[in-house]
Each structure stands twice: as C-alpha cells, then as structure tokens.
Design a protein around this ligand. Structure first.
Ligand code: NOJ
Ligand code: CA
Length: 581
C-alpha cells in the first residue's frame, strides 16, 4: 500500500525507489533559520541561501513552520489568509524559487496547514462578527452563555483560560481550543471544509510534497458541550470531548479523497495531542485512507505534568523505553508514526534527555544515533544537528515571546495570585522560546543568522556551538548527524525494520539496547544514557552474534570490540551501532 515517490513534478529527482516512510524530515522554523535582509527575522530567501547546507545534511524533506499571512500572535498558527505568504517571510515568487531549489536537489517540501482555527483577523471571522446573519457566522462555533453570564461550559483552552470568548454585539460566545484570537472553525459546515481543501490544492498545484496537518485529531467537535469534571487540569480541560471527535474519521477520509489522493506522491503528517495506539491505528492504517502518519508527541512530553504542562516531573530511562515499546513495537506494523524528540513546541532534546552542562557534545551525539536508528519517520529540529541547547540565559519575562507561556504567567500570577518568582521560574525553564532561538551559523554577534537585531535573543553559546566550527571537524555533532542520516538512507532496515528492545536490559535505567531487523538485515544499537560510566551485560544470544559483527558507528573506533565481552563498561553517553547480519 506504500505510496511511491517519483519524479512527478517537473525537475524533481526524488529517489523513485524510496518509500515515503523512509523520509528524514528537517523542521525549519522559518523565523529563526536565516535572515537574508537584516530585519532580524528569518525568511524564505534565507533558506535558499542555505540550500547547500540542507543538501549536505542529507535530509530528504524539509518541513516549514507556517508561512501564511498571519498577525503572528502564535507565529503563523493564527492564519489570516491561506493563500498568501507573510510579507516578513517573502513573496510567492520567493516560495516558488525555494521549492524549485529543493526539488532540484531531490528534497521534498512539506508545508504546514492549520485547519482547526484561523486568526480573528481572517476575513471569515471578521464577516462572522460583523453580521450574525452572514453565511460566515456558521464557519465558527457560537453558543449562548450559561446562567449568570457564565460561558457555555467550564472547559479551558490550551492556554488555560476559558475556551469561550464573549461577543457583546451578538450576546454569544465563540469556541477556541487555543487562544482567544484563534477561533475554531466549524468542520461540520461543508463549506468550511471545501474552503480549506481549496487552500491545500492551491499549494499542491505549485508542487509541494506534503502537509503537516496541525491539530489533526480535534477537528470534529461533540456539539453537546457538556461540562467536564477535570477541575485540576489547567490546559485544555474538556479535550476528551473533542479529541478524536464523532466525525473525525469521516472528515479525514473526505480530505484525503478530495485533496491528497489527487496528488499521489504527497504525504501527510498529522499533528495531534496525546492519543492511544488504537487511535493512531485508526488514523494511519493504509486501508483506512486517512493520514499517512501521526507525529508521536509522548516522548517530547516525558517531563511534563499531565495536569499542567508548565510543571516538570523527573523522567527515567525506563519511561522512555516504555514509550518506545508502545509506539515502535505494539503499534500495528502497517500503522505509522513520525518520530521526534524536540520541535518548536518543546524544549531541546540535548537539554532534557541529554546533559547540556557536562556532556553536551557526547550526549548530543548519542541522541543523534538514537533518533536515526528508531522506527518511524524522524523529524529533526533545526539546530539539533549542531547540538544546540535550551536558552539557559533567559532570565526575565521579556525574554519570552510565545503566547502559551505568557498566558500561563498571567493566569497563575494575576488571576490566581501565585508567587511571580515561582511561575517565572517554571516558564523560563520550559517556554517554547527555547527551541525558537536563532540558528547558530557562526560565532559572529548575529550568529550568522542576521546582520540586524534578531527578533529573539541569540544564545551566547554560539561561540562554542555553531555550524562553521563543526563543518570541517570530522568529530563534530554535525558530521555525526550527516553520517547517521546517510546510514539510515542506505539501510531501510533502520527506518522500516522491526524494533525489538533487548529484554534483559528492559529495567536498566542507564543502558538502552535494541535490535532493528528487516529482510535478514539485523542491527544492534547500544546506548549509555548516563552521565557516568555504566556496566553493560548483553545476553549470551547477542554476544554470539556480536563476535563476527562490525561496529559501524561507535563513540571510539579503537574500542569498537568493546561490547563483545560478557561484561563491559560504557563511558558516559557511549553509542555503539553493530551490523549483526
Ligand atoms: C501545534 C503547533 O505545533 C503549535 O505551535 C501551535 O501553537 C498549536 N498547534 C496551535 O495551532
Ligand atoms: Ca528577514
């Protein structure tokens, strides 16, 4: 059932024998990637300037964060016009040029589509507000208030405030899963769906190769809007009533039929909140004809408290192993996930799964081996390939530009009267801004990102962590990523093969070992997730196979036979990748 990618669009020379599942996706957070005109904001021409870098990295697809016209209060996840590019990012001509440049190098372009909500500045919402009789009124979700002027129910948005906002003129409330300025579209209205399909087709006609479909699992709402009993949950209480809503599968199938099936080489990455294995099977089993994959969010939320994502909880390696077992082993083998550890919504992986203080380089490298040897379609966030870290230099509320963290501060301090210091500490530690600081190209003042004043502060560690420094250093994080990406592309077993954790090490809180296997090709991966040396004891069955195996990638080439002994000691963040057969 796999969709084959071939040279369908113009000069594109994509590998025709590659299954779409084997893509390695590079997330470009456009605003922070490269600024071509010195206004401090990354842009499309800036990406064109870095096309060789992207090609040398070896990724097969680039996913662009939203670039449509938008007031940018949620940086493009609040769309004002689905058919034009935000002027800060460039023009439609720049877009066409970028698409062509990527295709010339055989790299696919994945766009972001935000179908669940628009900006309040979108023409549809403006019309809906101006006149309750307008056909656009039913593009959104309106309800009268409850008794005593309360909202229609007690749900909270993902920003923690009520999920309903009052419109005085019509004496009604509109619903928003996210911020008040991001009203939810009414997917039960067929015209809304047609308008969104038209927008997707506009970009597909230009030749884009795929979409990340934002919040794909919440498009269909249970319109009874019952109160929720989740009183402890701060963000998104009530979600259980609209997650995987009543008509979601019907809508996704319709979208596939009317849009994506007309462009057979296109693939869809569904973004979703936490869902179960069964849910993902429903969304992605090929015969169901819905989405191609769901981006697995659970690993990136491993240290978030479920009731309040701004509160951290400690994580253990066994928790990570449990997550991977569920998604890489228990999931039906024909269902599919996108695998990422960080994206623009979560902290940087070297700072939470690794140790960015004492073992930054070692742990960034170990994590590159991890990400590139897991089943699924990996998504790599810009800067991850350099081992870029969280912004530990953030120290005041002015450093925070993203709305969710700011809304939390407002809610907890101004409405609930909590200690400002406590709340500030929480958001400074986890704000989405950590992954949105500008890309570190050089050690210059603007990090090679801009010649002007950057929209978000540049991490001062740019002097030690930057692409220029790593370019020619064979031992750099960047060069290991390039190597791992090449290895993954050459060996489909690493993308498509089965994932089998070594059971004898299941409870080990430091050593992580698993086997990937496909069509007689077997790989063993052994990683030390610890800041200190740890003993590894592999089972006899594997030791026998290891005796004749080659270590293809290892921390230290001189110690490539290390794991062939009964008991051995691995240095902090050691990584060993053996080809067993
Ligand atoms: C998920 C996106 O990744 C995030 O950045 C955005 O704020 C929400 N969806 C709402 O669109
Ligand atoms: Ca710019």
């Amino acid at each position: 059932m796999s969709k084959q990618l071939d040279a369908a669009h113009g000069p594109k020379q994509l590998q025709s024998d590659m299954d779409w599942k084997e893509n390695i996706v590079y997330e470009i957070y456009v605003r922070s990637f490269n600024d071509s005109n010195g206004d401090g904001v990354g842009d499309l021409r800036g990406i064109i300037q870095k096309i060789d870098y992207i090609e040398q990295l070896g990724v097969t697809a680039v996913w662009l964060s939203p670039i449509f016209d938008s007031p940018n209060r949620d940086y493009g996840y609040d769309v004002r016009d689905y058919f034009s590019i935000h002027p800060e990012y460039g023009t439609l001509d720049d877009f066409d040029e970028l698409l062509e440049a990527l295709h010339e190098r055989g790299i696919r372009l994945v766009m972001e589509i935000v179908p669940n909500h628009t900006s309040t500045e979108h023409r549809w919402f403006q019309e809906a507000l101006a006149s309750p009789d307008s056909p656009y009124r039913d593009y959104y979700i309106w309800r009268p208030g409850g008794e005593e002027g309360s909202p229609p129910n007690n749900w909270t948005s993902f920003l923690g405030d009520p999920a309903w906002t009052y419109d005085e003129a019509s004496d009604q409330y509109y619903f928003h899963t996210y911020a008040e300025h991001q009203p939810d579209l009414n997917w039960d209205n067929p015209q809304v769906r047609e308008e969104l399909y038209r927008a997707m087709i506009f970009w597909l006609e230009k030749g884009v190769d795929g979409f990340r479909v934002d919040t794909a699992n919440v498009l269909s709402k249970n319109k009874d809007f019952p109160d929720t009993d989740e009183t402890r949950r701060i963000q998104g209480s009530g979600e259980k009533f609209y997650k995987n809503g009543p008509r979601i599968h019907e809508y996704l199938r319709e979208m596939r039929e009317k849009v994506f099936d007309r462009y057979p080489d296109v693939f869809t990455l569904g973004e979703s909140s936490q869902v179960t294995v069964e849910d993902v099977e429903k969304y992605t089993l090929p015969q169901r004809k819905e989405l191609d994959l769901i981006l697995m969010i659970e690993a990136s939320k491993i240290c978030d408290e479920p009731d309040d994502m701004w509160r951290s909880k400690p994580w253990k390696l066994s928790m990570l192993k449990d997550i991977m077992r569920k998604w890489l082993k228990d999931l039906h083998e024909d269902a599919w996930i996108g695998m990422y550890l960080s994206n623009h919504d979560h902290v940087r992986m070297v700072s939470y799964l690794g140790d960015d203080e004492h073992h930054r380089e070692e742990s960034a490298k170990m994590l590159s081996v991890f990400l590139m040897t897991l089943r699924g379609t990996p998504n790599l966030l810009q800067g991850e390939e350099l081992g870029m870290t969280d912004a530990h230099f953030f120290n005041s509320i002015e450093d925070i530009k993203e709305q969710q963290a700011l809304a939390y501060y407002d809610l907890m301090v101004n409405e609930r009267g909590m200690e400002p210091e406590t709340i500030l500490r929480r958001i400074l530690g986890k704000a989405r801004d950590h992954t949105r600081t500008p890309m570190q190209w050089t050690s210059e003042p603007g990090a090679g990102f801009t010649t002007g004043a950057p929209w978000q502060r540049i991490n001062p560690n740019k002097s030690e962590i930057n692409a220029a420094l790593q370019e020619d250093d064979p031992a750099s994080v960047l060069n290991l990523y390039r190597r791992m990406i090449r290895l993954r592309r050459e060996h489909p077993a690493l993308s498509l093969g089965s994932y089998e954790p070594v059971p004898e090490l299941d409870d080990d809180e430091h050593i992580y070992a698993y086997v990937r296997e496909r069509q007689g090709e077997r790989w063993l991966i052994v990683l030390n997730f610890s800041t200190s040396p740890r003993q590894a004891r592999l089972p006899q069955s594997l030791l026998a196979d290891l005796q004749t195996a080659d270590c293809v990638v290892c921390t230290d080439e001189h110690r490539s036979d290390l794991l062939k002994k009964d008991v051995t000691e691995l240095a902090p963040y050691d990584y060993y990748v053996y080809r067993l057969s």
